[in-house]
Write a protein that binds this ligand. Structure first.
Ligand code: BT5
Length: 259
């Protein structure tokens, strides 16, 4: 892990970010922006990475919010072409969460929250966007990644959140950015030959296994059972009294640990 002498709160610098990202990415930096996902979705360009030093209206999944103070978090969105069959698209957010978890030494709470010491330090929001291409529409993924790097306890929006710094792992945001982009590229690359290798690795960092969970579904109902695993499509397998049910991330409002 890289720990260095650059203050984590030093403002991000475009030249440093671009150098860290390398020539395969085109970095765009905003001192302040509402949501990097919104910006990346608006100017869809494969390889574009939109970074905000301060994200003022960060988006979570299902209309929820992602809240970070100025200069303390890493918030960015990368436009990628996952080159996978439609059937494996639901795995793209899991790939992003897994890539971050590996780098920060954390685990993944299904589907893609990154936990460290049982606290959420990173959230992922992937949006699938269609661009016009020769021969029809082509989907691209806007992979939004928010990592709590240096927040103090009173800067965290919810009690179950923490930051890497608070947990004893200080990171330079630019260095972390470079590592995460690289990891994302590597693991999306692994996915192009099918999900098996990725899913096996994901299972190794899967925090939810064996836990009693309550899954809130969009229609207001809940499913209770024991998290039994993740299938090859990235669905959570829940062992219920009526048998095993596989739930897809897109169909789930919340997965809570049963108390
Ligand atoms: C997520 O949603 O965890 C996805 C967050 C994605 C944020 C990135 S930042 C760059 C890019 N641009 C964007 O606009 N978004 C992406 P979800 O699983 O729905 O979790 C949201 C919930 O996490 C909130 O309802 C809070 O309970 C909690 N939360 C909000 N801010 C948090 C933070 N900084 N750390 C930990 N938990 C947080």
């Amino acid at each position: 892990m890289v720990v260095n002498d650059i203050s984590p709160r030093a403002p991000l610098d475009l030249d440093r970010l671009q150098e860290a990202a390398g020539p395969l990415w085109k970095v765009q930096l905003h001192a302040a922006a509402e949501s990097t996902n919104a910006l990346a979705t608006a100017s869809l360009e494969r390889g574009l990475v939109v970074v905000a030093d301060h994200q003022t209206a960060g988006r979570g999944r299902l209309g929820r919010e992602w809240v970070t103070p100025p200069g303390a978090a890493l918030t960015f969105s990368a436009v990628v072409d996952p080159v996978v069959d439609d059937e494996w698209w639901p795995l793209v957010p899991l790939v992003a969460g897994y890539a971050v978890a590996r780098i920060v030494g954390g685990s993944v709470k299904w589907p893609n929250d990154v936990l460290l010491h049982d606290r959420k330090v990173c959230g992922i929001l992937v949006e699938r966007v269609h661009v016009r291409a020769r021969g029809g529409d082509k989907p691209l993924a806007v992979v939004g990644i928010g990592i709590n790097v240096d927040q103090t306890a009173d800067e965290l929006p919810v009690p179950w959140a923490s930051s890497l710094g608070l947990l004893g792992f200080p990171w330079d945001r630019t260095e972390l950015f470079a590592r995460v982009l690289h990891g994302l590229r590597v693991w999306l690359g692994v996915m192009t030959s099918g999900p098996t290798t990725f899913v096996a690795n994901y299972r190794g960092r899967f925090d939810t296994l064996g836990r009693d969970v309550r899954v809130d579904l969009p229609d207001g109902s809940t499913l209770s059972g024991r998290a039994d695993g993740v299938d090859d499509h990235g669905r959570l397998e829940v062992e219920t009294s009526g048998g095993t049910v596989a739930v897809a991330a897109g169909d789930v409002v919340h997965v809570r640990r049963a108390e």
